[in-house]
Design a protein around this ligand. Structure first.
Ligand code: ATP
Ligand code: MG
Length: 656
C-alpha cells in the first residue's frame, strides 16, 4: 500500500495524472488500446480515496465483465482503496433491485425467466398468430431490441420504421405479441434479463425517495469501456447521477464490438456535447505492447471506415522493440492447433508462464481443437475466465468437503495431523476423485482438474503467508474470497473469444482461425458489420504485450481442399500480401462474397458456436437455444452447460 495519496500518482504519465487528479466534474478519456485508461481510472479512485476526497462507499465503478470488475477491486485494495464498489451494470442493478424491491413493489423479487422463446411462443398463440420457429426467433429478438432501446409495445411499429431495421413480420403483430409477453411475465412473477435494468430504471424514475437514497449512497461514477454502453445502460447511469456531474468515462471508439446488441459509441463520442464543462483527456502512449504489435494495430485501424474510425488515435509504443508478429499458414485446422500448441510449449520452456499466454478465436466452437492440442502437448490451460471460480460446481463441492473435514477436526482419520495444510487439502480433494497428476483427457474433465489444482495452490500460498493456519482458517478464507469474488489465478494458457478478451492482456497472444468466413465471420454482411469485425481483430491483436502470432488454416480437416483464404483485414499488412483496394478491403471482400459464399465455412451461432443450418437461425446469427441477452457471464454459463452436455456430464447445478 502506498504511503501517501501522492504516491498513488507515481507511475502515471502527465495525461493520466490529469485524469487521476481531476476528481470533480465530468471527465472523459478517449484513448486507444493499452494506453492505460483502466489504470488511470483505477488510480483516480485510489487517489481520491487516499486523499480523503472520495469516500470509498460513495464510488460506483462500472466495468464490462465480472472479471474486469474483480481485477479492479483487487488493484484498488493494493492501492489502499478497498471497499469501493466495482461491478457490471447488470450486477449493480440486480443488487439495487433486490434491495429495494420489497419497499418499491412488495413481496419477493421475481425469478429470472429461463426459456424466453417459450413464453414468446405462448404469447403469440394467445394473440392467435401462427408463427413458425424462425418467426418466433425473430419476434424474440425484436422484443429484446425494443427493450434495450426502451421502446414500449405501442411505440414499436413507429420505432422500427424509424430505425430502418428489417421488421421480420408485420410490426403491429410483434407489438401485440410483445404486449402479451410482458403481461404473461407479470402474471407469473418472472422477469427477463432486460427487465433487471428496466425495472431498476423504473424504480429510480418513479420513486424519488429510493432514487434519493441511491444518490446519497453513490456520489461518484466511473465507467470503463464506455464505447459499448447500450441506451438502457446509459439511462440507468443518468438516473444514478441525477443532476450531479461527478462522472468519469473512458473508452475507445475503435474497440466498439458489441453494437450488435444495441450498444453504441455515440454516448462516448458526444460526451462533450452533453457535458460542455467536461475535461477531455486523450492518451496516445501505448504502454502495453511493443512497437511491432502497435505498428500492426495502427495498420489495422488505418484501413477502418465509419464513424468510430473518424476518432481513431494513432498509438505510440513506449516499450522496447520486440519480435515481429508472426504470420502462420497451416494446411488444416488440426495442424494449426498442433503448431500453435508446439509454439506455446516452446515459449513455456523458455520461461514464459502459461498464465501469460492466450489463444484467442472468433467463436467458442473453435476452442475444442486447441483444447485437444494443448492437452496432448501437456500444456495446462483454462477455458473460462476467473470470475466465477467459486460458483463452479467442483469448487463448491470441494468447499463442502473441506468444511466437513475442518469441522470433524483432529478425530477424522482422513487427516493425518502430521500433514501441513496443503497436504490436508490434497487428502480431502482426493476423496473428490482429484489426484495431483492432471488427467490425460481434455475438455470439462481437465477444466475441473485445473479448478481444484488452483484450490491446492491457494492453500499452499495461504499456508506460506500464515504459518500455523488450520483447515478451519482456510475455509474461512475461502468464504471471504467467495463473498468478494476474489478468485485465485488459474495458471494455465487462456483460451477465449476475442469478445471475452476485452480489456485484458498477456505476454504472448495467438490469434487463430483468421480465415475469411471466420474473420470477418460469414454472417457479417453489411459494411457496418464488417467494420465491427475489423475492430474485433484490433481488440484481439492489442491484447499482446510482446509475442503476437496470427494464424489460419487453408482447409478444415486434413486432406480437405485448400479453399480457404486468410482474412482480408491483413491484406497489405502481412508480408507478401497485396495492399487493400481503394474502398479499403471491404469492397473487394464484397465482390468475393457473392462468388465464394458456398465454399466458405458454415455459419455458426454467435453465442455457442454451433453450426447453423436453417435460414432463420442464420439470419439471427444465433441458434434457437441461445438467448441474445448481452451478458458475457450468462453466455459463459450457457457455453459451460452446453459443453458439459456435449460431454455427457449433464447439467451443472448452477445453470442459468
Ligand atoms: P484497453 O483499451 O485494452 O482496455 P487500457 O487503455 O485500459 O487498454 P490498461 O490496461 O490500463 O490500458 O494499461 C495497459 C498496460 O499498460 C497495463 O499493463 C498497465 O499497467 C500499463 N501501463 C499503463 N500506464 C502506464 C504507465 N504510465 N507506466 C507504465 N505502465 C503503464
Ligand atoms: Mg481497459
Amino acid at each position: 500500500v502506498p504511503e501517501s495519496a501522492d504516491a498513488v500518482l507515481d507511475g502515471l504519465d502527465p495525461e493520466q495524472r490529469a485524469v487521476a487528479t481531476t476528481l470533480h466534474g465530468p471527465v472523459c478519456v478517449l484513448a486507444g488500446a493499452g494506453t492505460g485508461k483502466t489504470r488511470a481510472i483505477t488510480h483516480r479512485i485510489a487517489y481520491g480515496v487516499r486523499a480523503g476526497i472520495l469516500q470509498p462507499a460513495s464510488v460506483l465503478a462500472v466495468t464490462f465483465t465480472n472479471r474486469a470488475a474483480g481485477e479492479m477491486r483487487g488493484r484498488l485494495r493494493q492501492l489502499g482503496a478497498g471497499g469501493v464498489q466495482a461491478r457490471t451494470f447488470h450486477s449493480a442493478a440486480l443488487r439495487q433491485l433486490q434491495y429495494f424491491w420489497p419497499r418499491a413493489v412488495g413481496g419477493e423479487v421475481p425469478r429470472l425467466l429461463e426459456r424466453k422463446i417459450q413464453l414468446v411462443a405462448e404469447s403469440a398463440a394467445r394473440c392467435r398468430f401462427r408463427l413458425d420457429r424462425n418467426e418466433l426467433r425473430d419476434a424474440t429478438s425484436e422484443i429484446e431490441w425494443a427493450k434495450v432501446t426502451q421502446t414500449v409495445p405501442a411505440d414499436y411499429p413507429a420505432a422500427v420504421a424509424k430505425s430502418l431495421r428489417d421488421a421480420p413480420r408485420d410490426p403491429a403483430e410483434i407489438s401485440q405479441i410483445y404486449a402479451m409477453y410482458e403481461q404473461l411475465k407479470r402474471d407469473r412473477a418472472v422477469i427477463d434479463f432486460e427487465d433487471v435494468l428496466l425495472l431498476t430504471v423504473g424504480i429510480l424514475q418513479d420513486r424519488p425517495d429510493i432514487a434519493d437514497q441511491i444518490r446519497r449512497q453513490y456520489q461518484h461514477f466511473v465507467v470503463d469501456e464506455y464505447q459499448d454502453v447500450s441506451p438502457l445502460q446509459q439511462r440507468l447511469l443518468e438516473l444514478w447521477l441525477g443532476d450531479r456531474d461527478s462522472l468519469c468515462v473512458v473508452g475507445d471508439a475503435s474497440q466498439t464490438i458489441y453494437s450488435f446488441t444495441g450498444a453504441t459509441p455515440d454516448h462516448l463520442l458526444s460526451f462533450r456535447t452533453r457535458h460542455p464543462s467536461a475535461t477531455v483527456v486523450k492518451l496516445v502512449r501505448d504502454y502495453r505492447s511493443t512497437p511491432q504489435v502497435v505498428h500492426l494495430a495502427n495498420g489495422l485501424l488505418s484501413q477502418a471506415r465509419g464513424r468510430a474510425a473518424e476518432h481513431r488515435l494513432e498509438l505510440v509504443s513506449q516499450r522496447e522493440s520486440g519480435p515481429e508478429p508472426s504470420y502462420e499458414e497451416y494446411p488444416d485446422e488440426p495442424a494449426e492447433a498442433e503448431g500453435t500448441a508446439r509454439r506455446i510449449r516452446e515459449l513455456i520452456d523458455t520461461g514464459v508462464p502459461a498464465g501469460e499466454i492466450a489463444v484467442l478465436y472468433r467463436v467458442n466452437a473453435q476452442s475444442e481443437v486447441y483444447e485437444q492440442a494443448l492437452a496432448d502437448a501437456g500444456v495446462p490451460y483454462q477455458l473460462r475466465g476467473a470470475e466465477r471460480f467459486f460458483e463452479r460446481q467442483e469448487v463448491r463441492e470441494a468447499g463442502v468437503a473441506l468444511r466437513g473435514a475442518a469441522r470433524a477436526g483432529g478425530n477424522d482419520s482422513l487427516l493425518d495431523s502430521a500433514d501441513d495444510l496443503p497436504g490436508q487439502v490434497r487428502a480431502v480433494l482426493s476423496t473428490q476423485g482429484w489426484s495431483t497428476e492432471p488427467p490425460a483427457g481434455s475438455g470439462a474433465v481437465r477444466d475441473r482438474w485445473e479448478s481444484l489444482a488452483a484450490l491446492v495452490r491457494l492453500a499452499e500460498d495461504f499456508a506460506r503467508a500464515r504459518s500455523g493456519a488450520t483447515l478451519a482458517d482456510l475455509v474461512a478464507e475461502l468464504d471471504e474470497r467467495a463473498a468478494a469474488q476474489h478468485a485465485p489465478t488459474v495458471q494455465g494458457v487462456t483460451l477465449a473469444s476475442m469478445h471475452a478478451a476485452k480489456g485484458l492482456e498477456w505476454d504472448a497472444v495467438f490469434v487463430v482461425g483468421l480465415t475469411e468466413g471466420m474473420m470477418p465471420i460469414t454472417y457479417a454482411k453489411t459494411d457496418e458489420q464488417i467494420e465491427e469485425e475489423r475492430r474485433l481483430l484490433y481488440v484481439g491483436v492489442t491484447r499482446a504485450r510482446f509475442h503476437l502470432s496470427l494464424s489460419w488454416a487453408l482447409s478444415r480437416s486434413p486432406g480437405g481442399r485448400a479453399s480457404r483464404r486468410p482474412t482480408r483485414f491483413l491484406n497489405g499488412l502481412r508480408p507478401g500480401s497485396a495492399a487493400a483496394g481503394p474502398r479499403g478491403t471491404a469492397g473487394a471482400g464484397g465482390a468475393e462474397r457473392g462468388s465464394r459464399r458456398k465454399r466458405r465455412g458454415p455459419a455458426l451461432c454467435r453465442v455457442c458456436g454451433k453450426t447453423l443450418t436453417d435460414a432463420g437461425e442464420m439470419k439471427l446469427m444465433r441458434c434457437e437455444d441461445c438467448p441474445s441477452d448481452m451478458d458475457e457471464g450468462l453466455y459463459e454459463r450457457l457455453r459451460e452447460w452446453r459443453s458439459a452436455q456435449a460431454r455427457g456430464l449433464g447439467q451443472p447445478a448452477y445453470c442459468v
